[in-house]
Ligand binder design. Structure first.
Ligand code: IVH
Length: 693
């Protein structure tokens, strides 16, 4: 790290200039590692800390801002300048398959969910999957009012002004259209435009873009729309968000309407009558891939019938009605130079392979994950081996195998240590787990400091001045041991001021920065806890769902019981899968975690989140289905009620709001009558839930 810890007030002009030069060089190097090489050298928090430091020094010495300052640089900078835009319908992602068999399983799930016979034929639309940026366009009375990036799927960035500069996005829809419609599609750059742009960048002495996707993203996320206008961006429309009226009955006809309104729709998109045609289309696209003027990484298959799409809805983050069938991963051979161990926030010891840099499908790969010790043993990977590296889509590069015939005589097997390389504590591996973890807990500086840095990082508590250096130093001297201690630093102000490199002014500033964060929105608070798999997006989903800290805490504790209502409610939140639910349950199972949480609750004001929006009459209601329904399977009924914000349980209690009676409803109907719980016929329920258009 650069001399990041010197308080800015204490810097002389010369020192500031020198540090800015150093930061510019260092951030450029980190940008290249991240964006070009796909091999980040530092954590996001550390990276952000450097940019923040750069900005803070510039704020104090505005005339020292360098022409090559990271704060001026285009493309890689996080776009702070765009307004947030909340999508009317969430923009979620897509599940993946790689093989015919998996595609068959996808079709079987669709049939089961809809209650169709195994022999029923499914019609799809196949669309090449372009690797660009998905965006959402809102048209009111046929006029483009907003265009936004996907962001976290709930909220994106309003890039309307930039999107208006694209020729393939009509400012006004041609012909008749619903009063309100959200149209979605992909912004991308063709290979030809990408090469031309990079030539121009280089001629101007600017940094070239790593790939067409980055170039498209960098061009779209420009605060100055005239820059976007000068870049050649393309757009294909392919999906529908909210619409105030029906637009078509099939996806293929929706694509026709899009063309009629003036959008570009990928001309390769095609309706496919059954699975046989899907297989042929997949093969055809794989064969045509190299000749296309844009990068594709697979084909998206969507159920053609829009009524079925609506019925299928979403499971977690992915639609049940669409799937991406990816092309096989790209591979390359290279030499394994060394194996290093990383100790994460949770103490997991992760082996990382350091590789002779190699180009895998257009990306320079220098590191690959080796997952865990079993993987190393199973693949018999040794240092010095020639290995096969694979990149599948966006995932971290993997080592597929070592090539035994090319093994040099001095290749050395890697001995997985049973002690933490950072704190020396025993590193244990529970009998039924694959991950070895440092048992040092918070005494392990790797874990404690990483957790605390994360806690203070920009997307979490955002405490200015609590970067890695300061946290590590305070931790080493026992000033802070856990997150709550940060909010008890006030009385230590003089002690901090007396530390080397500090002073009264900077100590006072730090304490003020901490005090300013005693009030925090629930989503940030949840994110700050550093629970595995709970990133910003998931934290926001949780905050919106549970609303307040007290409710969230109570529900997470209730969710400890497998099969409880709280547990199934957690697993059913749109966007939260079983793995995340498990991490949350595990976090709350640990008494020390609950103690830290409670300590913080006592020291802070945690603001309630806005509740999840749902205009539905059944939102927030507790519903029980019983008997067999005529219009859908039980799985579908449950999924749809939950999608509208209802909670669905199996047993009738006084808390139940509605019991929906299908044919041959038995004891639950009687129980509802005994308790005086309202019962609904299937028809009444469909009407109440607004399922009939
Ligand atoms: S449909 C819920 N169609 O793939 C439906 N996505 O992995 C979601 N993508 O974020 C999107 N081509 O950026 C759809 N023809 C296509 C697509 C496509 C590319 C991207 C899109 C999305 C990602 C999901």
């Amino acid at each position: 790290m650069t001399k990041g810890a010197r308080p800015i007030d204490a810097l002389s002009r010369d020192e500031a200039a020198a540090e800015l030069a150093e930061l510019a060089a260092e951030i450029t190097r980190l940008d290249l590692a991240y964006y070009r090489d796909d091999a980040p050298e530092v954590t996001d928090a550390e990276y952000d800390a450097r940019r923040a430091r750069n900005a803070a020094i510039e704020a104090r010495f505005p005339d020292l801002v360098r022409p090559d300052s990271p704060s001026r640089r285009l493309g890689a900078a996080p776009a702070a300048g765009f307004a947030k835009y909340r999508h009317r319908q969430p923009m979620l992602s897509l599940g993946n398959v790689f093989q015919e068999e998996e595609f068959g399983e996808f079709c079987a799930r669709v049939r089961r969910f809809l209650g169709l016979p195994e022999t029923a034929s499914l019609a799809f639309v196949g669309e090449p999957k372009i690797d660009g940026l998905s965006i959402s366009l809102t048209y009111i009375d046929g006029v483009l009012t907003h265009g936004a990036t996907r962001g976290d799927g709930i909220e994106g960035e309003d890039v309307s002004a930039n999107l208006r500069t694209l020729a393939s996005i009509p400012a006004r829809l041609a012909g008749e259209a619903p009063a309100l419609i959200e149209i979605r599609g992909e912004v991308f750059m063709t290979k030809g435009d990408f090469l031309a742009l990079n030539e121009e960048q280089e001629a101007l002495g600017r940094k070239p873009f790593a790939n067409p996707r980055n170039a498209a993203a960098g061009s779209l996320r420009q605060l100055d729309p005239t820059i976007t206008a000068g870049r050649k961006l393309s757009f294909f429309a392919y999906a529908l968000g909210e619409a105030s009226a029906s637009v078509a009955d099939t996806h293929a006809r929706y694509l026709d309407r899009l063309r009629g309104w003036g959008f570009a729709v990928n001309p390769l998109s095609r309706r496919l009558a059954g699975e046989g045609e899907v297989l042929a289309f997949q093969a055809e696209m794989a064969a045509r891939r190299a000749g296309l003027d844009y990068d594709i990484d697979g084909v998206v298959y969507k159920i053609d019938d829009l009524a079925w799409q609506r019925r299928l809805g979403f499971a977690g983050r992915d639609p049940r009605w669409a799937i991406a069938w990816k092309f096989p991963a790209e591979r390359a051979e290279t030499r394994l130079l060394d194996i290093r161990l990383q100790v994460g926030r949770t103490g997991a010891l992760t082996p990382v392979a350091l590789l002779q840099p190699v180009n895998v499908g257009g990306v320079l790969v220098t590191r690959a994950s080796l997952h865990n010790e079993d993987e190393i043993a199973r693949k018999d990977v040794r240092i010095g081996d020639t290995v096969i590296v694979e990149r599948a889509g966006d995932v971290i590069p993997q080592i597929v195998a070592a090539i035994a015939e090319r093994r040099p005589a001095d290749a050395t097997p890697f001995l997985f240590p049973d002690h933490c390389p950072v704190c020396g504590s025993l590193a244990l591996r529970p009998p039924d787990e694959v991950v070895r973890r440092c048992t040092g807990g918070l005494i392990c500086p790797a874990q404690a400091v990483e957790r605390l840095v994360h806690f203070c990082s920009r997307a979490a508590f955002d405490i200015e001045g609590m970067g890695e250096r300061t946290v590590a130093a305070f931790y080493a001297d026992g000033l802070i041991r856990g997150p709550a201690d940060i909010f008890r630093l006030g009385p230590h102000e003089a002690e901090i001021a007396a530390r080397e490199g500090w002073g009264k002014v900077s100590a006072r500033k730090l304490i003020a920065a901490i005090e300013a964060r005693r009030r925090i929105p629930l989503a940030r608070f949840i994110y700050a806890l550093g629970i595995r798999r709970v990133g910003e997006t998931i934290a926001k989903l949780l905050a919106r769902h549970y609303g307040g800290i007290t409710h969230w805490r109570a529900e997470m504790i209730a969710a400890q019981v497998v099969g409880s209502e709280a547990r199934s409610a957690l697993g059913n939140i749109l966007g939260i899968g079983p793995a995340i639910a498990e991490e949350l349950v595990d976090f709350f199972a640990e008494a020390r975690n609950r103690a830290i949480l409670d300590e913080l609750v006592g020291l802070l004001v945690i603001e309630d989140a806005e509740p999840a929006e749902s205009g539905s009459a059944i939102a927030g209601k507790l519903v029980v289905f019983t008997g067999s329904l005529a219009s859908m399977t039980r799985a579908e009924a449950k999924a749809r009620a939950e999608a509208l914000g209802a909670r669905v349980t199996d047993s009738v209690s006084r808390q139940t709001d509605y019991v929906v009676l299908g044919a041959e409803a038995g004891s639950k109907a009687r129980r509802a009558a005994e308790l005086g719980v309202k019962t609904l016929s299937e028809v009444e329920w469909r009407a109440l839930a607004g399922l009939d258009p």
